[in-house]
Design a protein around this ligand. Sequence first.
Ligand SMILES: *[C@@H]1O[C@H](CO)[C@@H](O)[C@H](O)[C@H]1NC(C)=O
Ligand SMILES: *[C@@H]1O[C@H](CO)[C@@H](O)[C@H](O)[C@H]1NC(C)=O
Ligand SMILES: *[C@@H]1O[C@H](CO)[C@@H](O)[C@H](O)[C@H]1NC(C)=O
Ligand SMILES: *[C@@H]1O[C@H](CO)[C@@H](O)[C@H](O)[C@H]1NC(C)=O
Ligand SMILES: *[C@@H]1O[C@H](CO)[C@@H](O)[C@H](O)[C@H]1NC(C)=O
Length: 270
Amino acid sequence: MRASVWVTVGLVLASLTGAHTVTPELTRLGRVLQQDAGEASASGASGPDLPQCMTPWEIFNSSAELSFWAEALQTVGFADEVHSPYITATFLAPTNDAFAKLLHSLGSSKQQLLANPSMVPILLYHMIPGAYMAIGDFDLGDSLSTALNLNVTVGAASAPLVAAPGMNSTVVTVRSAESIADIVKYNITACMAMIHEIDQVLMPEFLGAQSGPNQVVYHLGDGSGSHAPVANLTLVLPGGSKKGLGDPANPMYQITDAGLMFSISSAMPQ
Ligand SMILES: *[C@@H]1O[C@H](CO)[C@@H](O)[C@H](O)[C@H]1NC(C)=O
Ligand SMILES: *[C@@H]1O[C@H](CO)[C@@H](O)[C@H](O)[C@H]1NC(C)=O
Ligand SMILES: *[C@@H]1O[C@H](CO)[C@@H](O)[C@H](O)[C@H]1NC(C)=O
Ligand SMILES: *[C@@H]1O[C@H](CO)[C@@H](O)[C@H](O)[C@H]1NC(C)=O
Ligand SMILES: *[C@@H]1O[C@H](CO)[C@@H](O)[C@H](O)[C@H]1NC(C)=O
């Protein structure tokens, strides 16, 4: 992974600190994740027992090996967004070991990573909206459309789809623009969502970032070597333009190209 690019991007950005809450009428990640899942949601017969199931957030927040992932979701205001039994999505949740490897390669601290707005695109890259995919549904070469509008691919040139190290274990590899991860724990059902734990953080390719007044646009590549961005993600930082978006007293983020937005209601350092 091109850690140096990521660090450069991170340096030009304002920091996020503190815990944030999301203003419900502005939150759309949850809605994106609930988009029609076709087959899975249509076959109501096999639907979950909603009152009794654990939501994705409840699973993240109660899994010891996913505590960093849970904290990161909470820090950027996504915890409430994934705390609905109606979320239909597949999450590729990096374990604490995966984040430890990322921190090591970046040479950054946990606090620095959590305070970096680049966490927003990174987190969105691990969510596949509208898809309830068990491990057996991943086929070699599948291209999966993430909430970042940037795909990840199942299998990798350098690794077989299924290396069967033991009788009951399956290794499925997921390739992002900049990293390759193995699914290390799979088929964790969270109401209508599916969670698989992965051993590396999936990094988008950060081609660059343009910082404007209280705003940053990330240009993201697909790792093909092309310099043309395949996705752009805009974060309107606190104090930036929030035309027509809800309560102007609240600093907010707007993520345009991915069709998402959320706001942060706590006071932010300017
Ligand atoms: C996460 O779980 C702990 C208990 O393990 C609980 O105290 C806390 O409120 C939970 N956080 C959220 C945001 O649900
Ligand atoms: C994963 O879950 C699917 C459906 O929920 C099931 O058919 C499959 O057998 C499970 N795979 C493993 C390896 O447990
Ligand atoms: C991304 O994945 C979606 C869903 O599989 C697919 O329709 C689309 O063509 C893919 N896009 C690219 C650029 O591979
Ligand atoms: C595989 O799983 C089955 C059923 O859970 C179990 O009986 C068997 O001992 C396991 N085999 C190995 C090699 O772990
Ligand atoms: C992303 O932004 C760049 C530069 O502004 C533009 O050339 C490119 O077409 C955009 N890509 C997408 C997918 O919107």
